[in-house]
Write a protein that binds this ligand. Structure first.
Ligand SMILES: Cc1cc2nc3c(=O)[nH]c(=O)nc-3n(C[C@H](O)[C@H](O)[C@H](O)COP(=O)(O)O)c2cc1C
Length: 149
């Protein structure tokens, strides 16, 4: 069974709601799943988890929600390499923003690749233009992702 830390980035609560649903699903499969909106570099380095799932929306022009900005900058500055950790990303966005679609999740995906974490499967981009309730896309993805854990 995996020890998973879900890291959420949200402005209006959509990503947080998705994270809570995914947490429940993964716990139902026997995994240990913690959830944080205030992640730190120490969380990433900690042996308390072996798998990170970042669930983040996008704000501004392809920007991370405020609650993840400090975390992202600290990761960039400190670059704690975590080749033993697995990760993936669920990005919430809106394709009407064009080139910045899911930019927040993309930044998270890129930084964890730079930190040498191992990506487990394909990331998920949820488009608010197509999916009214983001959990409708997230739950089937999480079911499949759980098979890889
Ligand atoms: C002010 C504002 C700016 C946004 N900018 C982007 C953007 O650049 N790219 C994108 O894909 N989505 C953008 N979005 C859409 C949100 O990421 C999307 O609605 C998401 O589902 C919100 O999730 P949340 O409730 O967790 O914040 C923006 C939304 C708002 C209100």
């Amino acid at each position: 069974m995996a020890n998973i830390l879900i890291i959420t980035g949200t402005v209006y609560g959509g990503a947080q709601f998705v994270a809570e649903q995914v947490q429940e699903l993964l716990q139902g499969k026997g995994h240990t799943v913690a959830l944080t909106e205030s992640p730190t570099v120490e969380c990433v380095k900690s042996d308390d988890n072996d798998t990170l799932l970042i669930i983040s929306s996008t704000t501004g022009q392809g920007d991370l929600p405020d609650n993840l900005v400090k975390f992202y900058n600290e990761l960039k500055n400190q670059m704690p390499l975590v080749p033993h950790k697995r990760y993936n990303v669920i990005a919430l966005g809106d394709s009407s923003y064009g080139a910045t679609f899911c930019g927040g999740g993309k930044q998270m995906d890129e930084i964890f690749a730079e930190l040498q974490a191992v990506k487990l499967g394909q990331w998920l981009q949820i488009d608010a233009c197509e999916t009214l309730q983001p959990e409708d896309a997230a739950m089937p993805w999480a079911e499949e992702w759980a098979e890889l854990l």
